[in-house]
Design a protein around this ligand. Structure first.
Ligand code: IDC
Length: 475
């Protein structure tokens, strides 16, 4: 019996290998977030942090020294920073500037180190009144469900609470925009307060309008009709309101979380921006293979989830024509095969030209640090060579964890200034690295910032394309 199971597992992993290897698709014309020098940005970073959901003042656990570790030792150039409607507008119509002061102080820890900050208006399971987080108590309308809270056993996953009748009522009233229009109107005003506060901070790259929108009723969730109707209408209200205050930042939008996180197709139509100039919207889905999220060893169903996720996101990007940043993905080192999962998924994100934020920086099984604040094995995968900023039109980039070969191909593009910046972590190159370029000898050069482990490359503008490879020097 044991033998049969182990043979089955072998066959499964072989099938899984064929299901994944070399099969990742990419959008026909990948879009990128660009900086004020016109360079394409590849964003690698973390969510900071889950602890803020329940902490005093809704602030993450981090100190400035932790931010230094994330930005300099690990070389991340991105953070998805959690903020909460509850923190911004604790009483109806009363906006808490001291909360925004405290957020701003932490945001500046990141931006002063060159980390791009995206502010994520987080919620899970609606709000505290119904045992979730996000919405203030006064904005939790339960209709006739006041006495119908369900309690679930502690060993069930947290997201089961989405079927609690009170949670369902709170969401339906929020999205309905009929009897309780004030709910969305205040959510929108809260975003305007955030935009007023951060619009002049160039390190803040954008705003994630709502974490993991969930319709409330399961029927709209499983038929995905919510995305085409109430979710789209909500974005069409919120984006122009943010643009009244801030014309420049990137606005990140998410599809429904249920189903899409593990690979189903989204029905969200392309979203409109109303800013003057080019659209500045970013598609920001999450990626969580279903059983891996629940702690089951990395297996064929996860791989099939990832294959579907890849194909469906590519279709959506081909239709929406915006850049993609994966706002969340993650898991625990305790899960068998977790490092293989990370390798596969990070290769896929690179292939798609997508940036990402790992969930999350909170110390523990899912964290980069464990409970004793020691680095976990996953860090070796998350901290990988990547082009932080590309001075041209990216064609492809990749890193092979086993051979340590990093490659980057990009084309010249008019109007782009500054160097291409590549993060080359010492941990992958203990004896140093060597770099080659397809540009003619003597016509390209680089500077190396050993402290930040960042290479700044100047290419030959006469060449239409540039192909760079970095490899490890062996002892
Ligand atoms: C999880 C936290 C967990 C917490 C739970 C509910 O890791 O400690 O109990 O939220 O607040 C998401 C959510 C994100 C989740 C994450 C991992 O956006 O808030 O964090 N996840 O479960 N969607 C899918 C997974």
């Amino acid at each position: 019996m044991i033998k049969t199971t182990s043979n089955m597992l072998k066959i499964f992993s072989i099938v899984g290998f064929f299901a994944l290897s070399g099969c990742w698709q990419k959008p026909t014309s990948t879009q990128y977030i660009t900086d004020n020098q016109g360079r394409a940005l590849i964003l690698h970073g973390i969510n900071s942090s889950s602890s803020a959901k329940h902490s005093e003042g809704h602030l993450p656990w981090i100190t400035e020294a932790d931010v230094e570790q994330e930005a300099v030792e690990w070389g991340f150039n991105f953070v998805r920073f959690l903020i909460f409607w509850d923190g911004i507008e604790p009483e109806r119509g009363v906006f808490d500037e001291s909360y925004l002061d405290a957020v701003e102080e932490r945001v500046n820890w990141y931006t002063s180190r060159g980390v791009h900050v995206m502010l994520d208006m987080h919620q899970d399971v609606y709000g505290h009144k119904v045992d979730g987080n996000g919405a203030p108590e006064w904005a939790t309308e339960l209709s006739l469900m006041d006495n119908f809270a369900l309690t679930f056993p502690d060993d069930l996953p947290w997201w089961i609470s989405y079927i609690d009748p009170q949670v369902v009522a709170a969401f339906l009233n929020f999205w309905g925009y009929s009897n309780y229009q004030y709910l969305q109107d205040h959510y929108i005003q809260s975003w305007q307060k955030v935009a007023e506060r951060f619009k002049d901070n160039p390190g803040v790259i954008g705003y994630d309008m709502m974490n993991e929108p969930y319709p409330g009723d399961l029927l709209s969730a499983i038929t995905f009709t919510f995305e085409e109707t109430r979710l789209k209408d909500f974005y069409d209200r919120l984006i122009p309101a943010i643009r009244e205050i801030d014309n420049d930042k990137w606005i990140f939008y998410e599809p429904q979380s249920l189903g899409i996180n593990f690979g189903f197709a989204s029905k969200l139509p392309p979203i409109d921006d109303v800013r003057e100039g080019d659209k500045r919207l970013v598609y920001a889905p999450h990626s969580y293979p279903l059983t891996l999220h629940e702690g089951v060893p990395y297996n064929l169903t996860d791989k099939l989830n990832m294959r579907d996720w890849n194909r469906n996101r590519v279709k959506e990007l081909n239709s929406h024509k915006v850049p993609m940043i994966v706002g969340e993905f993650g898991g625990s080192d305790h899960v068998k095969g977790f490092r293989d999962y990370l390798n596969d998924t990070l290769n896929m994100f690179d292939m798609m030209g997508s940036g990402w934020a790992y969930w999350s920086n909170d110390p523990g099984g899912w964290g980069l640090l464990d409970e004793d604040r020691k680095e976990t094995p996953k860090v070796d995968h998350l901290v990988r060579p990547y082009p932080r900023a590309i001075a041209g039109q990216p064609i492809a980039f990749s890193f092979d964890f086993d051979t340590k070969i990093f490659s980057l191909e990009f084309a010249e593009k008019d109007g782009v200034i500054g160097p291409t910046e590549i993060h080359l972590p010492d941990r992958h190159y203990p004896n140093g690295w060597r770099i080659s370029s397809s540009d003619p000898q003597g016509r390209w050069s680089y500077d190396w910032d050993a402290h930040r482990q960042i290479l700044s490359l100047t290419s030959d503008p006469e060449m239409a394309t540039h192909f760079i490879t970095v490899s490890s020097i062996s002892e």
